[in-house]
Design a protein. Structure first.
Length: 256
């Protein structure tokens, strides 16, 4: 009987797997290595408080990417670039990695004054043991609150004040942070969709014009996107579209 092609490879692979199991057997019999973290037991409540604080800090660090994304211009940038890509009809060009990377670097550029102030008033004093971690957190949140307050519409802010059923704050310092963040997010979404509409409209007009021309010529079976996409790209390049889009987004924050 003729053996199946590649049978030698299967036999070799089986022997290697058996050899690996034979080596792993004694190791598994001895038990897997363990890593333990112990706190000195002195009978004081501060030790348990420290453990809870470390657990809370680890939880916050796991949520840090979402917190940084939703409290920075990243949301507005990604939405506008997505609308731009859809309006051009280029499908996945530029790729998602490029869109996200550009949004991240522009976010860092816009937030650089805020990050510099946080580093000066919170991070460096804390690393030098001049302030406690509670004071560092309090100092670090202030520049971020100041940034968000400049972008929030009063209507959005009052929405969450009313939903929280709290008294109308007399000043911005009386506003809780848990109200500022959702108000900032919906304000960013509103502005992002407005900019997306402004970007989408002129390119949509090209689609309509090309569709009408093709209908008048009797070319109903020809997809208008195939004809309109080169014209949209040409128009976008001639007007220096990336420069205009980035300028309109960044200049809207007026941080420098």
């Amino acid at each position: 009987m003729r053996k199946a092609p590649g049978w030698k490879k299967f036999v070799t692979l089986a022997i290697l797997l058996m050899f690996c199991f034979m080596l792993a057997g004694p190791l598994l019999a001895q038990g897997l290595p363990k890593i333990t973290v112990e706190f000195p037991d002195t009978g004081e409540k501060k030790n348990y408080s420290l453990a809870i604080q470390i657990l809370f800090l680890i939880t916050i660090l796991s949520l840090a990417p979402a917190i940084l994304i939703m409290t920075t211009p990243f949301t507005r940038l990604v939405i506008v670039f997505h609308f731009l890509r859809q309006a051009l009809g280029t499908q996945q060009t530029p790729a998602n990695q490029i869109v996200i990377g550009l949004s991240l670097f522009l976010t860092y550029f816009i937030m650089q004054p805020v990050f510099a102030e946080i580093n000066k008033t919170s991070v460096q004093p804390f690393l030098a043991d001049k302030i406690t971690h509670e004071k560092a957190l309090e100092n670090g949140i202030q520049p971020l609150r100041k940034f968000m307050l400049k972008q929030i519409r009063e209507k959005d802010l009052m929405l969450f004040v009313n939903l929280a059923k709290i008294e109308k704050p007399k000043s911005s310092s009386d506003l809780p942070t848990y109200i500022l963040i959702p108000a900032f997010i919906i304000s960013e979404l509103r502005i992002a969709f407005q900019l997306g509409f402004v970007v989408y409209l002129p390119l949509l007009l090209i689609d309509l014009i090309v569709g009408v021309v093709l209908m008048s010529m009797g070319m109903m079976m020809l997809p208008p996107v195939m004809i309109s996409m080169p014209f949209k790209i040409l128009l976008f390049v001639l007007v220096d579209g990336w420069y205009l889009v980035v300028e309109s987004i960044v200049s809207g924050y007026q941080l420098f």
